[in-house]
Design a protein around this ligand. Structure first.
Ligand SMILES: [Fe+2]
Ligand SMILES: [Fe+2]
Length: 283
């Protein structure tokens, strides 16, 4: 049975998050036998966007792929990386971008004979600052395009969204529309890990009954957990109380990586297990 063990970690918040990520990757590979490590880097530059140095740091630390969310272009220098085929960083499929060339998904190199694994990130629309259209339609369109050129593709969908219903809804949507193609649906954006990791059984044709999707509403984040979603509470509270925009600062306290371990059977084209994880970092 061909197993692929994938660690997907939630949003990296600032330097403490980058440090936690670098600390966690060898642990994930050694102790949890992770073959692939994916991370959302949208808050890696002091909480806003991904800068070139942050990109380099995450890649050097061992990221196989980096995804982004609604903060994708807070640092516009990352746009050049989105236009490079050799840079494993992608932008949400429904994020408004000027460049048609910008990568909307990551294709991750796996063992030569195994099917290729893709990550597709889509922004949700409930309670988000901007309505970027129906996430279900956007996800379907992206997966249609991927499978048109690579019919054997296996896909992990990341839904970057505010509400748990929209995120878990995506897992059940993919289970009915993309059995045997989508093997994982993970949520990001709230920075708070949910305790609802589960295997969703494909509900389409009965012949696909053994095909499952590993799903979790939110991976949580990579950074200081003694905080308000990764940031020092003081400024965060001030902003909430006054509804003004003070400058947030990433928390240095209780640094850890939160995410999930997803195990895929690449021959059966099905998820085998999914488990929420948290790896503390004492450096
Ligand atoms: Fe985030
Ligand atoms: Fe976000």
């Amino acid at each position: 049975m061909a197993r692929l063990r994938i660690a997907f970690l939630g949003d990296v918040v600032g330097e403490p998050g980058r440090r936690a990520f670098a600390h966690a990757v060898p642990i994930l590979r050694r102790d949890r036998a992770a073959n692939i490590v994916i991370v959302n880097g949208e808050n890696a530059r002091h909480g806003r966007g991904l800068h070139p140095d942050g990109y380099d740091e995450l890649i050097r630390a061992g990221a196989d792929a980096i995804t982004l969310g609604d903060h994708a272009l807070d640092d516009e220098r990352i746009a050049a990386y989105l236009n490079r085929v050799d840079a494993p960083v992608s932008c949400p499929v429904n994020f408004p971008l000027r460049s048609e060339k910008a990568k909307r998904w990551n294709r991750i190199a796996t063992r030569e004979s195994a099917p290729k694994l893709y990550t597709v990130t889509v922004l949700g629309r409930v309670y988000m600052k901007q309505d970027n259209g129906c996430p279900f339609e956007h996800a379907d369109e992206a997966i249609r395009r991927i499978t048109a050129s690579d019919p054997d593709a296996l896909v992990i969908v990341e839904i970057h969204a505010e509400v748990t219903s929209e995120k878990m809804g995506m897992a059940y949507h993919c289970a009915s529309v993309w059995p045997g193609t989508v093997v994982g649906v993970v949520g990001t954006h709230t920075h708070v890990q949910t305790s609802d990791a589960r295997l969703v059984v494909a509900s389409g044709a009965s012949g696909f009954a053994s095909r499952q999707i590993g799903a979790i509403s939110d991976l949580g984040m990579t950074g200081g957990h003694d905080s308000v979603i990764g940031f020092d509470p003081e400024v965060s509270l001030e902003r909430l109380k006054t509804q003004t925009g003070g400058k947030l600062s990433p928390s240095e306290k209780d640094i850890a990586c939160s995410g999930a371990m997803l195990v895929i059977d690449t021959e059966a084209r099905s998820a085998v297990s999914i488990e929420a994880i948290r790896i503390p970092c004492d450096r």
